[in-house]
Design a protein around this ligand. Structure first.
Ligand SMILES: [Zn+2]
Length: 244
C-alpha cells in the first residue's frame, strides 16, 4: 500500500488515532523477485556510492554531518548484484576447497561466517553499506571488528555512528550480541532501514528454498533443505531486531 493510500484510508475510516508509520516506505511493498534477489537492473544514485535515491540522499547528509565532526566516512562497499556475489562465493569456495583442502561442507561453513549465499545478500538491495573512516592511517584489512573498538583506528567514527547514524535511518545489521547467530559482528555494515525493512518483509515471502534450487554456483549441490532453512533463520533473520 502506498503511503498516500494509507493516509486516505485511515482518514476515510475515521481512524484519528492511527499512528503514522515511523518509516513511510513500510507501505511500499512493490518489489519483484529479481530485485529482491539482486538480479534486477535497479536505478542507483551517486557516483561511486550506488544506493537507492532516498538512501543515497540520507547517506550524503550523514557523511556531511560526520565530516563536520572530524570523520571522513568512506564507502568500502555498497551495491553488489547477484552475479558479483556469485563471483565472491565461487572464489572463496575454490580457495577453501582447493588451496586449503577443506571439504565442501567445511568450506561453505567458513564462507558464511562473513559472506552470503548469492541471492541472499542485503548488499543487492541498494540500501546497505560497509563504511570506515578515511582519516586514520590503517594497515591490513580495514574491515576487522577490532579496528572499530577502543584503541582501534575507527573507534571515533564508531562512537559517532552509535550516537548519530539512526538519525539518518542507518542501523547496524550484524550487532555485537553474543546470543546472535548467523554472520559475525560487523561494526562497518549499516542498513538504510526505511527501505530495507520493507524489502526484508517482501524477501521473507519468497520461497528461497525453491529459488536457490534453480541456481548453479559452485558448492550448491551440497546444500540440503535443512542447511538452507537454518541459514535463512540465522543469517538473514538473526540480525538487529529493529530491522525486522
Ligand atoms: Zn556489508
Amino acid at each position: 500500500m502506498k503511503r498516500r493510500t494509507f493516509i486516505k484510508t485511515a482518514s476515510v475510516s475515521g481512524l484519528a488515532c492511527t499512528i503514522p508509520p515511523i518509516f513511510p516506505n513500510l507501505y511500499d511493498l512493490d518489489y519483484s523477485t529479481a530485485e529482491l534477489m539482486g538480479k534486477a537492473d535497479i536505478e542507483l544514485f551517486g557516483e561511486g556510492i550506488n544506493l537507492r535515491e532516498e538512501a543515497y540522499e540520507s547517506f550524503l547528509a550523514m557523511k556531511k554531518a560526520a565530516y563536520s565532526d572530524g570523520f571522513d566516512i568512506k564507502l568500502i562497499s555498497s551495491f553488489r548484484d547477484f552475479y558479483h556475489q556469485e563471483r565472491i562465493w565461487e572464489r572463496k569456495y575454490l580457495s577453501f576447497t582447493e588451496d586449503e583442502g577443506l571439504t565442501p561442507l567445511e568450506a561453505i561453513d567458513k564462507i558464511i561466517e562473513y559472506s552470503t549465499i548469492p541471492g541472499t545478500s542485503r548488499h543487492h538491495w541498494g540500501t546497505d553499506i560497509d563504511i570506515i573512516d578515511a582519516n586514520p592511517k590503517v594497515s591490513g584489512d580495514v574491515l576487522e571488528a577490532e579496528k572499530f573498538e577502543a584503541g582501534g583506528p575507527f573507534e571515533g567514527l564508531k562512537l559517532w555512528l552509535d550516537e548519530n547514524s539512526e538519525k539518518y535511518g542507518f542501523y547496524l545489521v550484524y550487532t555485537d550480541n553474543s546470543r546472535r547467530r548467523g554472520f559475525k559482528y560487523e561494526p562497518w555494515h549499516y542498513s538504510y532501514a526505511p527501505i530495507s525493512i520493507p524489502m526484508l518483509t517482501a524477501y521473507r515471502k519468497l520461497n528461497m528454498l525453491k529459488l536457490l534450487q534453480k541456481e548453479q554456483f559452485l558448492g550448491i549441490e551440497h546444500f540440503t533443505n535443512g542447511f538452507v532453512k537454518t541459514y535463512l533463520q540465522d543469517n538473514i533473520l538473526d540480525i538487529n531486531p529493529v530491522l525486522l
